[in-house]
Design a protein around this ligand. Sequence first.
Ligand SMILES: [Zn+2]
Length: 263
Amino acid sequence: MIAHWWQALRERREARILEQRAIPEALWQLTLARYPFLTRRPAQDLRRLREMTTLFLARKEFSGGHGLQVTDEMAVAIAAQACLPVLELGLDWYDGFVGIVVHPDLVSVRREHMDEAGVVHEYDESLAGEAMEGGPVMLSWRDVADSGDSAEYGYNVVIHEFAHVIDMRDGIADGVPPLPNRAARERWLAVMQAHYETLCDVVDRGDEPLLDPYASESLEEFFAVASETFFVAPFDLRAEHPALYAALADFYRQNPAGAPDAR
Ligand SMILES: [Zn+2]
């Protein structure tokens, strides 16, 4: 009973948000034109993506860093790309955080690293984005704005950071998102680990892999990078790594490359 009551209340609230805060048609069309990888979907998926984007905007809080004013265009661009991975999983996967901080460009952060001799080294790292448990998600607007063009290389900062959020839903960033059972977890690890090790070998040899070599950092970066390519360059990923593509399609419950002969 309680669950039904709560569900009905939530549905009413969401219906009201969708009615009152619908994304204006011109702004939505502009977003689709700028990020064409969003449009490779059946019409009903696109309708749902648009509704989800509205609900995402209602639930999350955007703020600008370094004096950046976050415009409606920016917020919709980020929200639409962030919703793509959870189109079938549901927005609840993002319930663990509220804030999204958008900076104009890369953000330089000071890092510390202790070497084997116990000496601490400090260095600066430039980040296009960062996700941490409990939030906020940080993004460089310049990289988000370039996402339409960089899709050709399988690069997408929004999907990368939100894949980390999905991975961390079980509290651990380890490249293994919550999966239904132990068997599914073992299957997942077998596929990810094998592709990760192959990628590391390719990078060590100095060859150029399909996935961003940054994926060789760790299994969690591998998952985030593979997710980017899965959503923005799905044909390339399916052609080169069919088993990896299939595992991601199974997890995200999406098939962005469509039927095998579609292109
Ligand atoms: Zn990452």
